[in-house]
Design a protein around this ligand. Structure first.
Ligand code: SAH
Ligand code: SF4
Ligand code: F3S
Length: 476
């Protein structure tokens, strides 16, 4: 690695110099499964491999390093990782120098055991090992083929700054992880076991990172944490509403979103931050998981149905028109038809804009694995479909209610969707963006660029998106 002076400021001191690799060593392919936090982590992995001389590629055939950043939240996500990494065995036979790596949550959970199913892997590296990737790769390059495991659980805060040279530069919206881990121990969940205890980054480093992003043209940030409402509390550094206030004053940033808010910690201060801070979007993702008090208790969620509904009323009272979404788990052990009806009833009462719903999946180390009353897969799927049908009709009604309204959209890029939902890149320019409340809007528009704020009159509503015309469009 050598340092070179910044082209515009050749005499800058060394700490302001950019680092560039000596030579290009090859290409890195990174496949990400899982949550937004994993997407953010993958950008960091790209920056690290980039600094080692591996250019990022979307072409698996060109790759010299393949990293699968894995998720363990449900069995299906885990199996997706095993199946993808399984396909690398034949690739490695054809290209013996190929380095195959499992990173992230499944790696943290399974460690050495991964090699029993995937003996061809070179590295299994957990969620706290990212910064050691260069050392791990050098060990592979100098070793005789034995797989290396690094799942040291000592929690690390990953503080590397965004490396703009390795990031897709045309993105208007970015994720920024503000805290890691979780202390809540919901009984179904692996996250505290694979990501460790909750810890928050300093407000200074977060503000610095977002300012850098803003300087490169980013207009919207989504702050990530498993429970952003408890940001900074443990460290006593700064509350989440205070952090929002600091980010709100960063020049160039137009919109701030965040996820996930835990209902038990949704404070009045946060509600007033959503109301009063100009750039904080009128939108909240507030996972409830179940509408039954008996199930919420077994899940260890720390609130009742009534408390949850109370918070929703409070939010709607102070922030009219707020976009609300949630996560639901159906078929938790011992969930009766009555419990499930309570969930459906809560959905009818709240009328969320959207829901992510999942069939309960039994996970290693999660206490619910040992709970009595497991439901059949077929029953879980039947309940899941019933719930999704209900939500789809609510989303459609809410979307139809937007027809005729004028919405302010932050344009994210070109839309690849036709009105009938099929993909068609020929029909451009069709643009896409989001309303403040998070709804996707497609529209036709010439000379509109990503990052523009435009007013769109909504003309059509679909289950997952809205269509409209530029408000001052002469065709209107
Ligand atoms: N920290 C967030 C969510 C993290 S995981 C929160 O507390 O809400 C994202 C979602 O996955 C969860 O909200 C939950 O709905 C779902 N999930 C987590 N563990 C699961 C499991 N074992 N089976 C099915 N869904 C699960
Ligand atoms: Fe998992 Fe619960 Fe933590 Fe969310 S709050 S990450 S569901 S343990
Ligand atoms: Fe999955 Fe790990 Fe995120 S388990 S949901 S990738 S924190």
């Amino acid at each position: 690695m050598k340092t070179v002076p910044d082209a515009k400021n050749p005499i800058l001191k060394s700490h302001k110099m950019k680092t560039v690799p000596d030579t290009k060593k090859g290409f890195a392919y990174i496949y990400t499964i899982g949550c937004q936090m994993n997407s953010y982590d993958s950008e960091k992995l790209a920056a690290i491999t980039g600094s080692m001389g591996y250019e990022r590629t979307d072409d698996l055939d060109r790759a010299d390093i393949v990293i699968c950043n894995t998720c363990s939240i449900r069995e299906k996500a885990q199996e997706k990782a095993y199946s993808f990494l399984g396909t690398l065995a034949s690739r490695k036979r054809k290209k013996p120098g190929l380095i195959a790596i499992m990173a992230g949550c499944v790696a943290q959970q399974e460690g050495e055991r991964v090699f029993r199913r995937l003996p061809h892997l070179d590295i299994v590296m957990g969620t706290q090992a990212f910064e050691r990737l260069p050392t791990l790769i050098s060990r592979v390059l100098s070793s005789k083929g034995a797989g290396i495991t690094d799942i040291d659980p000592s929690p690390a805060i990953f503080e590397s700054r965004p490396d703009l040279s390795t990031m897709a530069r045309d993105k208007i919206s970015r994720f920024v992880t503000i805290m890691q881990g979780c202390d809540n121990f919901c009984t179904y969940c692996v996250v505290p076991h694979v990501r460790g205890r909750e810890r928050s980054r300093t407000p200074e480093s977060i503000v610095e990172e977002i300012s850098t992003l803003a300087g490169s043209g980013v207009k919207e940030v989504t702050l990530l944490g498993q429970n952003v409402n408890s940001y900074g509390q443990k460290e006593g550094i700064c509350s989440f509403p205070e952090l929002l206030k600091r980010i709100d004053s960063i020049q160039g940033i137009e919109r701030i979103r965040f996820a996930t808010s835990h209902p038990k910690d949704l404070s009045d201060e946060l509600i007033s931050a959503v109301l009063n801070l100009k750039k904080v979007c009128n939108q909240l993702h507030l996972p409830v998981q179940s509408g039954s008090n008996a199930i919420l208790k077994k899940m260890n969620r720390g609130y009742t149905r009534e408390q949850y509904l109370g918070r929703i009323s409070m939010l709607r009272h102070h922030c009219p028109g707020i976009g609300l979404s949630s996560d639901m788990i159906v078929g938790f052990p011992s969930e009766t038809r009555e419990d499930f009806e309570q969930t459906l009833d809560l959905i009818r009462t709240v009328r969320f804009d959207g829901i992510f719903a999942f069939a309960y999946s039994s996970r290693p180390n999660a206490p619910a694995r040992g709970f009595k009353g497991a439901l059949d897969e077929s029953e879980k799927m039947a309940r899941l479909n019933e719930l999704l049908d209900l939500q789809e009709s609510i989303t459609r009604e809410l979307n139809e209610g937007r027809v005729g309204e004028v919405e302010t959209i932050l344009v994210e890029g070109k839309s690849l969707r036709k009105r009938d939902g099929s993909k068609d890149e020929e029909k451009l320019p069709q643009m896409t963006g989001r309303t403040e409340t998070g709804k996707i809007v497609h529209f036709h528009g010439e000379n509109i660029k990503p990052g523009n704020m435009v007013k769109i009159k909504i003309t059509n509503a679909y289950p997952h998106s809205l269509w409209g015309n530029l408000f001052d469009d002469p065709l209107e």
